[in-house]
Design a protein around this ligand. Structure first.
Ligand code: ADP
Ligand code: ADP
Length: 228
């Protein structure tokens, strides 16, 4: 579903962040990218939704080059969850979740329904949380909303960049469990970046290990544990 062919990224200052990688991420797969800080994980993620341009190679989604997609179509069909909780502070939780459905001109009744459905899915009582502002929620609750916002318009692909690393261990573990259940239910293709091997093994169908912009190992958690 997501195919990288000889993809490289060199930043303007000469930094080679990704060095000719080849990668095939399957539909419905929970794909984890792990590696030390600076190994190129975020760069890989940002190239998928064209937040940064490639220097060489091609990335295709469902056989079509990302450069051939309409940029809005591409961004709206790829949910993106960041490490820093990135909810808009002046907007309510409901309004934050509704951003992409609004851009896609969903009808209002359908948007309201979707907000409540998503809040319920992550265990936030809609009548209580829908009209709250982000600062009235805990960090873990805000990150839940961040996940629902990425899911709102039903994108087939979700990119997650260390989404739980800023949370306390208990919230992190709870959100990991929730994400495993959620993934089974919604069957999205998830590309999840982390530097935590325990998290990678717990969540990943397959794990890709990066170092200095290259893929040094790729396989199921069992394969990686058998072959460290
Ligand atoms: P290019 O060389 O292709 O012009 P840039 O180095 O200017 O790329 O940055 C590309 C993108 O990465 C920009 O959208 C910018 O906002 C973002 N960016 C800039 N600095 C950093 C950084 N230190 N870490 C992560 N992203 C960054
Ligand atoms: P990771 O996500 O694994 O920490 P990154 O993809 O953020 O790695 O960064 C890979 C390399 O590219 C690092 O050396 C980093 O400093 C560099 N880098 C990231 N963004 C930029 C940028 N916008 N401009 C210049 N160098 C960058």
């Amino acid at each position: 579903m997501i195919q990288f062919d000889n993809v490289s990224k060199q930043y303007g200052d000469g930094t080679k962040a990704v060095d000719s990688i080849n990668l095939h991420i399957k539909e419905g797969e929970f794909f984890v990218i792990i590696g030390p800080s600076g190994s190129g994980k975020t760069t890989v993620l940002k190239m998928i939704n064209r937040l940064i341009p490639l220097t060489a190679g091609t990335i295709s989604i469902n056989g079509k080059r990302i450069s051939d997609y309409d940029i809005h179509e591409l961004r709206w069909d790829i949910g993106y969850v960041l490490q820093q909780i990135a909810l808009f502070p002046h907007m309510t939780i409901g309004e934050n979740i509704a951003i992409v459905p609004e851009l896609k001109n969903w009808e209002q009744g359908k948007i309201k329904e979707r907000i409540d459905e998503l809040l319920e899915m992550v265990g936030l009582e809609p009548d209580i949380y829908r009209s709250r502002k982000p600062h009235e929620l805990s960090g873990g609750q805000q990150q839940r909303v961040g996940v629902t916002r990425a899911l709102a318009a039903n994108p087939p692909i979700i990119l997650m960049d260390e989404p739980f690393s800023a949370l306390d261990p208990i919230s992190r573990e709870k959100l990991q469990e929730d994400l495993i259940h959620l993934q089974k239910k919604i069957k999205k293709t998830i590309v999840f970046v982390t530097h935590d091997m325990k998290e990678a093994i717990k969540l990943g169908d397959r794990i890709c290990v990066m170092k200095d912009g290259e893929i040094v190992q790729i396989g199921t958690p069992e394969e990686l544990l058998a072959n460290p």
